[in-house]
Design a binder for this molecule. Structure first.
Ligand code: SF4
Length: 262
């Protein structure tokens, strides 16, 4: 096995900047084969990635973390996308229901520390159940979302999952996203039309006012310091993460021909 760091990806990332999302999707499938999946929360951008997979015929599993306290509209969107786009959506669930967790640990999401523990138990731990199955996860983070995501790279190291994140929409602008959704009539969560700019668990998501930042509706009760759940490594990165992969796979990622085996 060999190590791959974020710094190793700088040159390749600048080459991939000129690729369209659909080309990046095809690139990921070509490099990782059966060991790549889409990770989608079924928000607008995640639904768009699902539509791109459907429209281009690039087949891969779709991972969906179901915290058990999502809005019914989100679950209905997931089910419509699975059926109408013919995608295999794998829902990953926490070990405990929210009721069981609350009996054991209390209402966690009302404090900053509790929110981190709750997100860990209900989002990060379920996703970790898929660790080892995939070398890459296609995600839908966009620089247009601002905040920590304003600098999200196309290829990002996911140390916890020991895989690469392929952010195929990283440089897809807000306008491009709007146009794609309208032109292709992408199935979108109806809550977006009710003022929910981004959508997570029903306990921790509210609509936003027109002049508020897009993420103001996430963990509003905790204030602006609790802006992310940690499921996306680039939201909380340290900058020195690395993953371990076979040298042959790393050579394939960089388009090099492997003439040796470790
Ligand atoms: S968003 Fe809220 S309810 Fe959902 S996992 Fe995180 S803290 Fe828990």
């Amino acid at each position: 096995m060999a190590r791959l760091t974020q710094a190793d990806l700088v040159g390749l990332n600048s080459v991939l900047e000129t690729h369209t999302p659909q080309e990046l999707l095809a690139w990921a499938k070509d490099i990782f084969g059966e060991r790549v999946a889409i990770l989608s929360a079924m928000q607008r951008a995640g639904a768009t990635v699902c539509h791109m997979a459907y429209a281009t015929g690039v087949r891969m599993d779709v991972l969906f973390v179901d915290t058990g306290v999502l809005f019914q509209e989100t679950l209905t969107t997931r089910d419509r996308i699975a059926k109408e786009y013919g995608l295999n959506i794998v829902s990953l669930l926490p070990d405990e229901t929210m009721e069981e967790q609350t009996k054991r640990l209390g209402v966690l999401y009302l404090t900053v520390e509790g929110q981190m523990q709750c997100c860990d138990l209900r989002k990060n731990v379920p996703l970790l159940k898929a660790k080892g199955k995939y070398d890459a996860l296609v995600a839908s983070l966009r620089r247009g979302d601002g905040g920590k995501r304003a600098r999200v790279p196309i290829l990002a190291i996911d140390e916890k999952m020991n895989c690469l994140r392929v952010n195929i929409l990283a440089n897809f602008s807000n306008e491009q996203l709007d146009v794609y959704i309208a032109e292709h009539q992408v199935i979108v969560n109806p809550l977006h039309a009710q003022g929910y700019a981004t959508i997570g668990c029903n306990r921790c998501t509210t609509p936003v006012l027109p002049d508020e930042p897009r993420r103001a509706g996430r963990w509003r009760h905790l204030g602006p310091w609790a802006a992310y759940c940690g499921i996306n490594p680039t939201d909380v990165d340290r900058g020195d993460e690395s993953v371990e992969m076979p040298q042959e796979l790393i050579d394939r990622i960089f388009g090099r021909k492997a003439d040796f085996v470790i």
